[in-house]
Design a protein around this ligand. Structure first.
Ligand code: HEC
Length: 484
């Protein structure tokens, strides 16, 4: 019997022609089968394998692709709104999966991989795309459940290690009126002594609702601020100017004398599916004073039909030693070190082009970049021209998608020599053809100058390019930024 079963399995393997059109070959194989029971099983398998027209099965061929490329977000508690952790989930969504995988919409990676490479690129190989297509078009057979690979283990606590401490923001009520929501949340932090931070990691509890968050750390000198806990902790950004200013003042972020404290930009950032930024030992990190306030600047929640509470937290990873090479940040465009030309005013029914450029006075090593636009963004490109007029490619996003505002880190540090000019070229689409246009009919949209461009409703526009860099040191080009 064991022998016969084995034979049947072999038969099945032989029978596995590409399509049902290879019937004659199957018949030939079939005719070689003599014994009744084997024939019956063989026939049953033959019939079932012919109701689908592919050899590919979910459990053996497709699940490994889904587990590697999709379930990091598409799982319970993941960043995506539904799970793809089982055959049933995937089977139910197969038509949309076919669309989004073939169009390249999923997995989300808007940067052009033919232009530059970054760490953690999400993409399907041509072969995997083809397999998914063939499997779905062939009837999406499940296959032998015994072949189903185990789902990778996903941590709910942290994706990058064991944090030294966790700081909580106040709970935020996200109203269920099906509109985007924007908040500023603050979390005061008091320490016995100042500490060195290696990395911070933001984790929302409604993680498929948070679209992005930019975290800054305000470092106070102890004698300049009596109390860091006096201010309010939440600001709702969807208010008029007067109310915004009132709420902003109530956060009490300034020093007691009204001056601004030291600010660490991009202390922590968040985007669905993007891992917290952590660099190899000795690179990056910053000092956190005894008194500091962490600001989640512009937490963006997507629209929901029913009220929900979000309670987000930040994991902090300390380092014993001061940062050997602390990072610097420079920003082009809105609120940044270079103007936008022409100014960012986008008339209705127009597609406009804008640039911004900045000369770099010293040799720098670029670690991470972040292009930022809102709903009207259409394309984005950044590069540097060296004094010898070599082009140093930074990033190209041919089809902007405001949902995926990644911080892109290069595999090795990227040198930009002194005297180079960094150029940003961006297009905005304020026509009715832009499905993300917040207004119908289109209206003039611009930077919100009254807050220095900082009042970042998605219905205002922005054009920013943030560059995280270090002063160049010999050999930086060979320094890998992959954390092992
Ligand atoms: C980085 C996280 C992430 C990864 C990785 C990812 N997705 Fe998604 N996916 C999302 C999010 C978030 C949405 C919802 C988008 C929105 O809100 O508009 C989504 C939406 C979808 C949709 C619905 C699209 C629609 O138009 O309704 C499908 C289908 C999908 N993903 C399939 C996949 C497949 C298949 C993979 C792997 C090949 C994948 N996704 C990888 C985050 C991800």
């Amino acid at each position: 019997m064991t022998y016969k079963v084995k034979k049947t399995y072999e038969l099945l393997v032989i029978m596995k022609g590409k399509h049902c059109t290879s019937m004659s070959a199957r018949r030939r194989n079939n005719s070689a089968v003599k014994k009744g029971i084997v024939l019956t099983i063989g026939l049953a398998l033959f019939i079932s394998s012919c109701s689908t027209s592919t050899d590919l099965t979910y459990t053996r061929d497709i699940a490994p692709i889904i587990h590697e490329n999709c379930t990091p977000c598409h799982r319970g508690g993941g960043a995506a709104p539904f799970s793809l952790t089982s055959f049933r989930n995937v089977n139910r969504k197969k038509n949309t999966i076919l669309d989004v995988t073939q169009s390249g919409l999923m997995p989300p990676w808007p940067a052009d991989r033919n232009y530059t490479h970054f760490i953690g690129e999400r993409y399907l190989s041509t072969e995997d795309k083809q397999k998914i297509k063939e499997w779905i078009k062939g009837g999406a057979p499940e296959g032998d459940p015994a072949h189903m690979p185990k789902l990778p283990a996903y941590s709910e606590q942290s994706y990058i290690g064991t944090p030294d401490t966790t700081v909580w923001f106040d709970s935020i009520l996200i109203q269920g009126n099906s509109r985007d929501k924007f908040f500023i949340a603050t979390a005061p932090i008091e320490l016995a002594t100042k500490k060195y931070v290696l990395a911070m990691e933001f984790l929302p509890n409604e993680n498929n609702l948070v679209h992005h968050m930019n975290g800054r750390l305000l470092n106070y000198e102890t004698h300049k601020k009596a109390s860091i806990t006096d201010g309010t902790r939440i600001l709702n950004m969807e208010v008029d100017k007067a109310e915004y200013i009132k709420q902003f003042e109530a956060l009490k972020l300034a020093n007691d004398d009204g001056s601004r404290p030291q600010q660490i930009n991009s202390a922590v950032n968040y985007l669905p599916g993007a891992q917290a930024q952590i660099y190899p030992e000795g690179i990056g990190g910053f000092t956190m004073n005894q008194k500091s306030i962490l600001i989640a600047d512009d937490i963006h929640f997507g629209p929901i039909p029913q009220d929900k509470w979000d309670r987000s937290r930040v994991n902090i990873f300390y380092s014993k030693t001061p940062p050997a090479r602390p990072i610097n940040e420079v920003m082009l465009g809105t609120n940044g070190a270079s103007k936008i030309i022409p100014p960012l005013v986008i008339p209705p029914n127009e597609i406009t082009k804008h640039t911004s450029f900045l000369q770099i006075p010293e040799d720098i090593s670029v670690l991470t970049i972040n292009p930022h636009m809102h709903l009207l963004g259409k394309s984005f490109k950044a590069y540097a021209l060296s004094p010898k007029l070599d082009t140093i490619r930074l990033i190209s996003i041919p089809k902007w998608d405001f949902r995926w505002q990644y911080f892109y880190t290069y595999p090795t540090m990227l040198k930009i020599p002194a005297g180079s000019v960094i150029y940003v070229e961006a297009e905005f689409d304020n026509t009715a053809k832009n499905p993300n246009n917040p207004y119908s009919p289109p209206q003039e949209i611009k930077e919100r100058y009254e807050f220095g461009g900082a009042g970042m409703r998605t219905t205002d526009e922005m054009l920013q390019f943030i560059i995280t860099w270090l002063p160049y040191q010999n050999g930086d080009e060979q320094v890998s930024l992959v954390v092992k």
